[in-house]
Design a protein around this ligand. Structure first.
Ligand code: GLN
Length: 187
């Protein structure tokens, strides 16, 4: 199995290291031609969604990326990656890749609670550590979206078919379960 990790900006190295720990091969996606490589899944990391999207546009990667995910390539979007996939962002003028039936809020925890850690459950996994960095959360989802985790009543992880998103950074905690869940989606 090989996973492509979008490596334009943000926390991509940590995803690559986590995949290595799980004995999964990965490669960095830095330009359009990297999207032509064979991959079984793709990770859109945390970072800054507006900047990451601008780079995708400047490098003419947006359309190819949308097509790959639309055709069923499994994708894990974390934090900014969640915002890239959302069809609606409440406090932003437009959506980015526009692929997942969720409405998200950018920088949803405000400045005071910009970064924090907490414990919670994800799907059937219990007591995982969640790391939030200027995180979004999901305000609402359509019926075809499965809610996988909540924190204080806010949706922080969800899945729709081949698309898995987390508002937190699973690559920055000790837990490997979220990546494992993503890999199980691919199998
Ligand atoms: N606040 C960032 C954004 O708006 C997301 C933060 C993150 O990915 N850690 O894109």
């Amino acid at each position: 199995m090989t996973i492509g990790v979008l490596a334009l900006q943000g926390a991509f190295i940590e995803h690559i290291l986590r995949l290595k720990e799980l004995n999964v091969d990965s490669f960095e996606i830095r330009q359009k031609k990297d999207l032509e490589q064979t991959m079984d899944g793709i990770i859109l990391p945390g970072g800054e969604s507006t900047t990451m999207y601008k780079l995708l546009e400047d490098l003419e990667m947006t359309e190819t990326l949308i097509n790959l995910i639309d055709k069923g390539l499994p994708v894990l979007g974390t934090c900014a990656g969640l915002l890239l996939l959302a069809k609606e962002i409440e406090n932003h003028s437009h959506s980015f890749l526009n692929l997942m039936d969720i409405k998200a809020k950018k920088n949803a925890y405000g400045r005071q609670l910009g970064s924090f850690r907490c414990k919670g459950n994800f799907s059937h996994y219990t007591d995982l550590e969640f790391v939030f960095i200027r995180a979004p959360y999901i305000i609402s989802t359509s019926k075809n979206v499965e809610i996988l985790a909540k924190h204080n009543d806010k949706i922080i992880a969800a899945r729709q078919d081949n698309k898995l998103v987390t508002a937190f950074h699973p690559e920055l905690s000790e837990n490997k379960e979220i990546h494992q869940y993503f890999l199980n989606m691919i199998k």
